[in-house]
Ligand binder design. Structure first.
Ligand code: GLU
Length: 298
């Protein structure tokens, strides 16, 4: 079935624009395509470039959110909302109207609050996240990409502005330079489709980690899936729900993870992005996946 999906979306592989906001991402070959499915027991099926590491970027926001909720509980929701923003991921404008409380944890402002919370809880947010991803994927080689992290930092004025603006409302607890470093390191983590499908499995397993221990109560796993469905694909979450019908989270590296609760996880990667920042071939592949299998939450 994966081979069939790859053949069906082939005309769209290479379509769209590779992210160009930092130099380190702009040199990726737009014609790459990989897809992997992990079942609940951790068996992985893949096609194409599914073993090729890529920049996970905003996909890491899901894992940071899960760790912050697992370790700090629901208090986080006093500092960040759960509504779609209807604005680009790095928009400043809504923050002023809404008194420094970001709309959701998946726009950059919300993700900065989540990383801030994780930093307070752990003292080393990005290392904690990396260790979690290594454990859940079973791949000790998952690592940061220092070149991408440095590039994020060199071009990080807007994220710095978001953090300072929220700090002026008392919604950032840690020193901003350190917070931004952790956020940029977080965004730079490189993984392949198999790693990401495996690492996302706790959301398909209602909160259970790879080793069988519980990361999150079932309720929180459901809630994270719900926020992914409504807010996980920038301001195209409505279109994603319409076409794919699954909780999903995309990143500007061209990756998307999606969850079929109680069944499996899927990760697809192709670097060409649509104007909203989502992988063109990636969304097409997930659309085919749910159409061919009938596996969706609807
Ligand atoms: N590192 C990116 C930024 O903060 C994340 C972009 C994304 O994948 O949405 O600008």
């Amino acid at each position: 079935m994966l081979r069939r999906i790859e053949a069906d979306v082939r005309p769209q592989i290479g379509a769209g624009q590779v992210a160009a906001y930092i130099p380190a991402l702009s040199c990726v070959d737009p014609n790459r395509f990989g897809m992997a499915i992990a079942d609940l027991d951790g068996k992985v099926y893949g096609v194409g470039d599914w073993r090729q590491p890529f920049s996970t970027q905003s996909i890491t926001k899901v894992f940071a959110l899960a760790l912050a909720l697992a370790q700090g509980g629901d208090d986080l929701w006093e500092r960040v909302g759960r509504e779609p923003s209807g604005n680009p991921f790095n928009s400043l404008v809504q923050l002023e109207y809404e008194n420094g409380i970001p709309r959701n944890p998946f726009i950059n402002a919300g993700a900065l609050v989540v990383t801030d919370r994780l930093q307070t809880l752990t003292g080393d947010a990005s290392s904690e996240l990396l260790e979690f991803l290594r454990q859940e994927s079973g791949n000790p080689d998952v690592t940061f990409d220092p070149e991408v992290a440095a590039s994020e930092s060199d071009h990080g004025d807007r994220n710095a502005a978001l953090a300072h603006f929220m700090a002026s409302y008392g919604n950032i607890a840690n020193p901003i330079p350190a917070l931004l470093d952790h956020y940029f390191w977080q965004c730079s983590i490189e993984m392949n489709c198999a790693d990401l499908a495996l690492a996302t499995r706790f959301l398909a397993r209602h909160g259970l980690r790879a080793d069988g221990t519980r990361l999150l109560p079932r309720r929180l796993a459901k809630q994270i899936n719900a926020v992914m469905l409504t807010c996980g694909t920038y301001d195209a979450a409505g279109e994603f729900a319409y076409r794919v019908g699954l909780p999903g989270k995309s990143g500007v590296g061209g990756g998307i993870v999606a969850v079929v609760p109680g069944v499996c996880t899927v990760c697809v990667w192709s670097p060409g992005l649509d104007p909203q920042g989502n992988s063109v071939a990636g969304i097409a592949a997930l659309d085919r996946f749910t159409t061919l299998t009938g596996l969706s939450v609807f």
